[in-house]
Design a protein around this ligand. Structure first.
Ligand code: PLP
Length: 390
């Protein structure tokens, strides 16, 4: 009997555990047909960009986050790129390698050198002591990531940056709605940059947002997202077209409604996963930072091959055969990717390697049912019990 058949027998399924693909992501807060009325209104107004919806989205996000300045942009990547540009940096930027590669792209697009720091084994966010070990007189900024929505070690990183008098920027792509000690992510560091692409909890289609307490930086970013033109056709900063369109802003505004309930539901789901998988040998979980609330943009477990008895890749293949949309976020880590291996300074990143080699991201979204979570867990439980033989 094949391994898949044995798992199916154990969980009482004739075919795959899910007859249809259980996707890893289901875009959240996306409006239905009623949105077409708004689109018609936008088309009729002939104001397709630089209009009232973008302004409204910026006001609404500033209020939700409790941050003075929010600048909407076309993507988180563009926002990160422009923040680093607007800060006029030279030299090196310390950042984690256990992240999505767009974090590093923003550094390299600015002609800056990425210097990778190891992540924390529990939170998966950059370890402050590892960041500290990588700073030098060449360090121009620290770029940390609230990974999967888990707030990074904000206070410790702020201390390191303050000591060096350098900017601290957060890639908050996953973290719209996360908080640390009761304060929303968005108001920390020099600036924080969010994403509203379809895998996030607020979806604009494509979109991003820079939140900052720094009025001058916000002003610069408003020009930078508009080719560097502040409106007088006489650019003072180098910009690109990184504007958010009116239709994207209107869609994202819908996503703000019900966000807290979706975060709540995702936290319920991750607790359910943890409860059902806790006693499965060789599976461990991301720990939420002390005093933090995570959006759980992703729910990622780490498979310890020795204890689990099978490799991470074996498990992912098995999950796929059972129609479970599992992914490996983020593997390989950035410093081992083709583009970045030549830029890596060669300093070992042992925790990053272990976490990245073992990571499996499981389906999570607020519409995911408890039954589906239980079934995914049962597949993993049965898989662990199998010998490696066919
Ligand atoms: C950590 C991280 N940073 C940046 C990005 C890029 O976001 P965007 O697609 O909005 O450019 C992503 C995308 O998911 C991400 O995961």
């Amino acid at each position: 009997m094949s391994i898949a058949d044995r798992v199916r027998t154990e969980i009482g399924a004739g075919g795959p555990a899910f007859p249809k693909l259980l996707p890893i992501v289901d875009p959240e807060g996306v409006p239905g047909e009623e949105f077409l009325e708004e689109v018609r209104g936008i088309l009729a107004s002939k104001q397709l960009t630089n209009g009232a919806y973008v302004r409204k989205f910026e006001e609404a996000t500033a209020e939700y986050l409790g941050v003075a300045h929010c600048v909407a942009v076309s993507s988180c990547t563009a926002g990160l790129l422009l923040v680093l540009k607007a800060l006029d940096l030279r030299g090196e930027v310390v950042l984690p390698s256990f992240t999505f590669h767009a974090t590093a792209h923003a550094v390299v697009w600015n002609g800056l050198t990425p210097v990778f720091a190891d992540c924390d084994a529990k939170t998966f966010c950059v370890a402050p002591e590892a960041a500290q070990a990588q700073v030098s007189s060449r360090t121009a900024a620290i770029l940390a990531v609230h990974l999967f929505g888990n707030p990074a070690a904000i206070e410790e990183l702020e201390e390191i940056a303050a000591e060096l008098r350098i900017p601290l920027v957060f890639d908050a792509a996953h973290a719209f709605g996360s908080s640390s000690h009761g304060r929303h992510v968005g108001g920390f560091g020099t600036a924080e940059v969010f994403s509203f692409s379809p895998t996030k909890l607020v979806v604009a289609g494509e979109g991003g947002l820079v939140a900052t307490r720094d009025a001058r930086l916000a002003e610069k970013l408003r020009a930078a997202r508009n080719y560097g033109d502040a409106g007088n056709y006489n650019p003072e900063v180098l910009g690109v077209n990184a504007r958010m369109s009116e239709i994207n802003a209107a869609m994202a505004l819908h996503g703000l409604a019900g966000l807290d309930a979706r975060i709540e539901r995702r936290n319920e789901i991750r607790l359910r996963y943890e409860k059902k998988l806790r006693d499965v040998a060789g599976i461990r979980f991301q720990e939420v930072s002390e005093g933090g609330r995570s959006t759980f943009k992703d729910f990622s477990v780490i498979v310890d091959e020795k204890e689990f008895g099978h490799s991470r890749d074996w498990l992912v293949e098995l999950l796929h055969r059972e129609n479970i949309g599992a992914r490996k976020y983020f593997s390989p880590p950035v410093h081992r990717q083709k583009l970045y291996s030549a830029m890596w300074d060669g300093r070992a990143l042992p925790v990053t390697d272990v976490v990245s080699d073992g990571v499996v991201s499981l389906p999570i979204y607020s519409s995911l049912t408890d039954d589906s979570v239980d079934r995914v867990c049962e597949v993993i439980r049965q898989a662990q019990r199998l010998d490696n033989d066919k």
